[in-house]
Design a protein around this ligand. Structure first.
Ligand code: SF4
Length: 367
């Protein structure tokens, strides 16, 4: 049955803006003193992350680095420390690199053109559009996850939005829908609608300003659009973590390479299998250490790989060996001891080591 669908793009933006004025979010921390730096940091943090999670991270980040020059002058360890727990750490590394470029090549002023923005690390077309629309009020579209969901449902676009053909169609739609006036409110409105009404699960169509012309709603396809991402195999990898603990309870951490899993974060030295243990300990400056205990295995999933982590507790107390002096090694006893970003398993391991069960076992075996 037809419902008089209209391609009146003005009514789309008008309906959203009117809805936003009453029902949108107006007091998010990055909206209080809107400037391009705040818009950029918030947009990067909001990628694949919900607003409620981002708010405390954003506030801590801006308190530490009030201006882009402060971020550019920081150390990557401090930045990753503030990012710890937010995940997708390449975002933090790119933010840091982009800050350095903006300061060194643009005199601290964010570019105002799409082309220049796209040259900055970590800024794709949607983030660039958000910066241009929200900070500079220029009529550029965005196409983040929320907007993709709204558009695919409103226009009944089939096919997984990750494919080139679907993406192209969505960008075309997004471009046509951009209003010439009120771009800031419109952009905020479509993001808010996707986050609070046209949600992935149980959308509130009854409260939606687009319902009258929404094709998915009228054809009863809301639960099947957008087409989900095809299932993909998640690879598994077994790794051995060396939990080398000194007599103060601190454990030895090693900085991971900037690229790859937990890039730039500090974590336990890692080997592929136990047969590499002696050589690895020697390269760290230890000799004659032995495995004290095999700790419970941990699993940690990334988007494309799952790690099965087998931690080996190795005590360094009473041993005269000195850990080799190196910039990529440190002793770490908890969040307050050093301002560095650590992998997600480090706090878990420290907590386990402090727990009664492990202490008892350790002391028993030491005894
Ligand atoms: Fe989304 Fe429902 Fe609104 Fe359509 S009517 S845009 S499915 S919330």
């Amino acid at each position: 049955m037809e419902h008089g669908f209209s391609d009146d793009y003005h009514s789309f933006s008008d309906a959203l803006i009117t809805w936003y004025r009453t029902h949108g979010r107006h007091d998010l921390p990055w909206q209080r003193e809107p400037n391009v730096y705040h818009v950029w940091v918030s947009e990067i943090m909001l990628q694949q992350t919900q607003v409620a999670t981002v708010i405390p991270y954003f506030e801590r980040f801006i308190a530490a680095y009030p201006e882009i020059e402060d971020l550019a002058a920081a150390s990557i360890d401090e930045v990753l420390h503030l990012w710890s727990g937010l995940g997708y750490y390449s975002r933090a590394r790119n933010l840091y690199r982009a800050a350095a470029v903006v300061v060194s090549e643009h005199g601290g002023n964010f570019p105002r053109s799409l082309e220049d923005l796209l040259t900055l690390p970590g800024i794709g077309r949607s983030t660039a559009g958000a910066i241009l629309a929200l900070a500079y009020e220029l009529p550029f579209p965005i196409l983040d996850g929320n907007v993709k969901r709204v558009l695919t449902r409103r226009y009944a676009v089939h096919g997984w939005p990750g494919t080139t053909a679907v993406l192209k169609r969505l960008w075309t739609l997004a471009e046509r829908l951009v209003p010439q006036n009120g771009i800031r409110e419109y952009t905020q409105a479509i993001m808010d609608l996707g986050a609070t009404v046209c949600t992935r699960k149980r959308p509130r169509c009854g409260a939606c300003p687009l319902r009258r012309e929404c094709k998915a709603y009228h054809s009863d396809q809301v639960s099947t659009i957008p087409t989900p991402r095809p299932r993909r195999e998640i690879a598994e990898r077994d790794v051995v973590f060396l939990v080398i603990q000194n007599k103060t309870g601190a454990i030895l951490l090693q900085r991971r390479p900037l690229e790859g899993l937990w890039g730039g974060l500090w974590s336990c030295p890692e080997i592929a299998q136990e047969s590499e243990l002696v050589g690895s300990l020697a390269s760290l400056g230890f000799q004659n250490l032995r495995i004290h205990q095999r700790l419970s295995s941990l699993k940690h999933s990334f988007t494309h790989i799952r790690l099965n982590i087998h931690p080996l507790l190795i005590h360094a107390d009473g041993i005269t060996n000195q850990v080799r002096e190196a910039v990529d090694l440190c002793w770490y006893s908890g969040e307050d001891s050093l301002k560095i970003g650590v992998s997600a398993v480090v706090p878990l391991l420290l907590k386990s080591l402090r727990s009664r069960s492990y202490r008892e076992i350790c002391y028993d075996e030491n005894g």
